[in-house]
Design a protein around this ligand. Structure first.
Ligand SMILES: Nc1nc2c(ncn2[C@@H]2O[C@H](COP(=O)(O)OP(=O)(O)O)[C@@H](O)[C@H]2O)c(=O)[nH]1
Ligand SMILES: [Mg+2]
Length: 369
């Protein structure tokens, strides 16, 4: 796992600013002291813009392409984590982005997403073991706090693989579904895609991350959060190319017919997505710990308990079987001995009979004497 320390202006030059240091004060103070450990898992078919969008959201090259150490030869999903330390006005975030490669690429996709699910479970396992270990104060939290799921802009609704995967991970991790490459759709198409996605999420009963109501937040935050909620499900567009627009540089995509600032809220929800991830980092962590990890923990404890009980049960069953076997052996031995006794008795009788016959054959001997 690579790790590098970068100080990043998350708001970006000239852009209206939402960063870690804008978090509500209470959370802010907590995070200054502790620092955040945050893990983002990025899933979607190759080429949907995962790398570009994540890098443009955080204004830094967190994910480098192509990863030289990854072997793509056998159509399996490969997970590639990279870590950066972001620091902004004294607030630190150790951000790990786990980029998936090869999702949905194999001929038989039924087991294709398994490595992703295994990765999520492995991190819970690791945390569970660390928590029960000696050094529980300094656990490195590698649990996945948020999963960004990229959906191709051209597809009509969720495909069976999307549904299968999202249903499987919805109870393990905070899922945020994203319509990729929003710049390739017209406004009407985009609205229709969002509607369709929202309907599919309801139809297939997929669990996605719900932002808290924010009842305790001040009016400004409430308004921002209400705007973010209106944008959901998000449609995103990425660029790693800074272009000069109205005297300041923005990350934008240049087309023959014009330039699109990827943070332009009319066309993309990148800014809303970034604001949500950053402002809800603490909530995403809490939901991960209190809901998803708790589910995992109670399931695991139950499994361990059942496993132990099964072990004990099978032990006493083995004892009972052993007892039965010993009883059968004893009966067999008794029967053998009885048989042997009867055979010896028969042999003796036969011998007596033979002797008697010989005596009777002697002339002048009265058999009645
Ligand atoms: N039109 C459009 N192209 C994009 C967007 N994001 C990335 N791309 C392009 O799509 C291709 C794949 O992008 P990449 O980020 O490597 O996708 P990944 O395989 O999912 O990580 C590259 O040629 C990008 O320039 C976007 O939002 N809109
Ligand atoms: Mg990529």
């Amino acid at each position: 796992m690579e790790s590098s320390k970068k100080t990043v202006d998350v708001g970006g030059p000239g852009m209206s600013y939402v960063g870690f240091s804008d978090l509500p004060n209470l959370i802010h103070r907590k995070s200054v002291k502790k620092g955040f450990e945050f893990t983002l898992l990025v899933v979607g078919r190759d080429g949907t813009g995962k790398t570009t969008v994540v890098n443009s959201i955080f204004h830094t090259d967190i994910i480098n392409e192509p990863p030289e150490h990854v072997d793509f030869s056998d159509c399996k999903v490969v997970l590639d984590p990279s870590t950066v330390e972001l620091e902004e006005r004294g607030v630190k975030v150790r951000l790990t982005v786990v980029h998936s490669h090869g999702y949905g690429d194999s001929l038989n996709n039924t087991s294709n997403p398994d490595p992703i699910i295994k990765y999520i479970d492995d991190q819970f396992d690791k945390y569970f073991n660390d928590e029960s270990g000696i050094n529980r104060r300094h656990i490195l939290d590698t649990r996945v706090h948020c999963l960004l799921y990229f959906i191709e802009p051209y597809q009509r609704g969720l495909k069976p693989l999307d549904v299968k995967f999202l249903k499987a991970v919805g109870s393990k991790v905070n899922v945020i579904p994203l319509i990729a490459k929003s710049d390739t759709l017209t406004k009407q198409e985009l609205a229709a895609k969002k509607d369709q996605l929202a309907r599919d999420i309801e139809k297939y009963e997929i669990k996605v991350y719900q932002m808290p109501d924010g009842e305790d937040d001040d009016a400004e935050y409430k308004e921002t959060f209400a705007c973010i909620k209106k944008c959901m499900p998000f449609a995103v567009c990425g660029s790693n190319t800074p272009i000069e627009m109205k005297n300041h540089k923005v990350l934008a995509r240049a087309y023959p017919w014009g330039i699109l600032d990827v943070e332009n809220g009319e066309w993309t929800d990148c800014k809303a997505l970034r604001t949500m991830i950053i402002s809800q980092m603490s909530d995403l962590q809490e939901v991960t710990h209190n809901v998803h990890y708790e589910n995992y923990r109670s399931e695991r404890l139950l499994k361990d308990k059942l496993g132990k009980r099964y072990g004990e049960a099978s032990e006493s069953r083995m004892d009972a079987i052993g007892e039965q076997q010993r009883e059968q052996d004893r009966l067999l031995r008794e029967k053998d001995a009885e048989l042997k006794r009867m055979q010896e008795h028969m042999a003796r009788l036969q011998q007596q009979l033979q002797q008697q016959t010989k005596l009777d054959a002697i002339p002048g001997r009265d058999s009645r004497v």
